[in-house]
Design a protein around this ligand. Structure first.
Ligand code: SF4
Length: 90
């Protein structure tokens, strides 16, 4: 995993940062709504909890990713941007 991915965002070829999907495993209730809405980026493990791969959200899936985040009933799914981590690190 690259440092940029670990920081929650990664540069696209054009230099703009793209967000990364994250799941808070404590908050998640494992009902899998996110995987139904965004199967391209979210799969479920054997127990029905979501698995995201940590790669930047492709531009063509950004709208669907925001929709999945908005639909998460426990606010466990989120899109992280670089500036969120800059505050955490300072
Ligand atoms: S929608 Fe939210 S609570 Fe439901 S499985 Fe996905 S991350 Fe967990």
């Amino acid at each position: 995993m690259s440092p940029a991915t670990r920081a929650g965002a990664a540069a696209s070829p054009g230099g703009r940062r793209r967000p990364v999907l994250r799941v808070d495993p404590i908050a998640c209730d494992g009902r899998g709504i996110c995987a139904e809405l965004l199967p391209e980026l979210v799969t479920l493990d054997d127990w029905g909890f979501p698995v995201v791969d940590g790669r930047p959200v492709p531009r063509e899936l950004a709208r669907l990713a925001r929709r999945a985040v908005a639909a998460c009933p426990t606010l466990a799914l989120r899109l992280e941007h670089e500036h969120e981590h800059e505050h955490e690190l300072s």
